[in-house]
Design a protein around this ligand. Structure first.
Ligand code: URA
Length: 298
């Protein structure tokens, strides 16, 4: 297997590589998913499968339901895809949902050493997620690593095992890191914005993010990574305090405090959106180049 085939296989692309330009509807659909429609379509506009999705219940508030549905829910994604194929994005009647960067102020947390911080997270009751979690998920990897990877929140497997990114998305993440020459145990530290699983993997709410933010901040202060890789909308928007969609945040070096930060897609999204794996690989190559530059390597 040559290098290219190896990288493709690590990304789960195998021989069924889809060339850019041949994937217009899917790419458009992912762009539509990122645009986050704010208006729930009427039930009559949906297919039977779409109606079956609990996240698409027309009785629920539109913006949060759809926002959640598009990132987590296949039938809703199918709806977005159908919409995207039917309508040029520029003519879409949907408005982008603005997640307010002005989050409620988080209760202060005194500075703690690493072990105390971990114990504090494990026993945390700062938000409602403590009532439904099995256990809080602090992080995994090397706390002295140069790379910090930040995801969204634990899923079912993570909640069960107490470690981040151990499910299918985690396997993809490990493979991607390995393809980039990084060992996920020794070269990186992996943490999430939210330390407890939101029920049924729903999107975290702004008050949950705000309650959890001091933990990630202190983790970053301890690790002092050379570079942060923010995976997905929640990690990117939370760390950068912005509402910009991922598509516009990719491909640039941002900063969290003074630490360089690069944005890429969330592995769970990549599992659903094969064509964007190639973009995620570009992001990793870009991040690797930036790390080499930071280390004074040509
Ligand atoms: N998705 C995340 O963002 N984090 C995890 O730990 C698992 C899935």
């Amino acid at each position: 297997m040559n290098r290219k085939e190896y990288v493709l296989s690590q990304f789960g692309l195998g021989p069924r590589w889809v060339r850019r330009g041949q994937t217009y509807p899917a790419a458009l659909a992912s762009a539509a998913a990122e645009k986050m429609p704010a208006v729930l379509p009427s039930s009559a506009e949906m297919t039977h499968t779409e109606r079956l999705s609990p996240a698409m219940d027309p009785a629920q508030p539109a913006s949060s339901q759809l926002q959640q549905a598009l990132s987590a829910d296949r039938p809703a994604y199918a709806y977005a895809e159908r919409q995207a194929q039917a309508l040029p994005l520029a003519e879409s009647p949907y408005q982008a949902v603005q997640l307010s960067p002005a989050q409620p102020p988080a209760r202060a947390l005194p500075p703690m050493d690493w072990a105390t911080l971990e114990a504090e997270v494990k026993g945390c009751t700062r938000c409602r997620l403590c009532e439904t979690r099995t256990q809080a998920v602090f992080g995994r990897g090397n706390p002295k690593a140069r790379w910090l990877v930040v995801g969204e929140a634990p899923g079912e497997q993570e909640d069960r095992q107490g470690l981040p990114f151990v499910g299918r998305a985690g396997q993809l993440l490990n493979n991607m890191l390995r393809a980039a020459g990084l060992d996920s145990d020794t070269d990186v530290y992996i943490a999430n914005v939210i330390k407890c699983r939101p029920p049924a993997n729903r999107n975290p709410s702004q008050d949950e993010i705000a309650a959890c933010q001091p933990y990630l901040r202190q983790q970053i202060d301890h690790i002092q990574p050379s570079l942060i890789l923010a995976l997905g909308r929640f990690a990117a928007q939370t760390l950068l305090e912005t509402t910009e969609p991922i598509g516009r945040l990719r491909g640039k070096v941002h900063h969290y405090a003074s630490t360089p930060l690069i944005v890429s897609y969330h592995p769970a999204y990549l599992l659903r959106t094969q064509p964007d794996k190639a973009k995620a690989w570009q992001d990793l190559v870009f991040a690797r180049r930036e790390m080499a530059h930071l280390q004074g390597k040509p």
